[in-house]
Design a protein around this ligand. Structure first.
Ligand SMILES: [Zn+2]
Length: 112
């Protein structure tokens, strides 16, 4: 899947704050790992920045995901139940996370 195509797909997403659609030029691909893409978008209307996680599978009609979409719901529906350990792991991660998403996502950047 090409970055340009991913960006075009993301233009169907609306800003969560003002409802304005994102433009291709306002979307950046941060990282991707197989079907999972992380993007940042800046609303050209209200300038709010948002982070988008999208699962896009080739050979199928692409599904754009922000917050919980059908593809994500399907994925989580088939995933195991969240355990107390999962919550503790996330708690530990967030406690030590400095908020630098760029660095986090850069680790796996285009390594595939
Ligand atoms: Zn906006």
């Amino acid at each position: 899947m090409e970055e340009g195509l991913i960006k075009r797909l993301m233009t169907s997403i609306k800003c969560g704050v003002c409802g304005h659609r994102y433009g291709v030029d306002n979307i950046n691909v941060l990282s991707h790992d197989q079907d999972l893409w992380f993007l940042s978008a800046i609303c050209s209307s209200c300038h709010t920045r948002c982070l988008i996680a999208a699962i896009v599978r080739e050979g199928k009609a692409p599904e754009v995901i922000t917050d919980l979409t059908e593809a994500e719901l399907r994925r989580f529906r088939n995933a195991g139940k969240l355990t107390a350990d999962d919550v503790l792991d996330m708690h530990d991660f967030l406690k030590n996370f400095d908020g630098d998403f760029s660095r986090l996502f850069d680790r796996g950047r285009f390594s595939k």
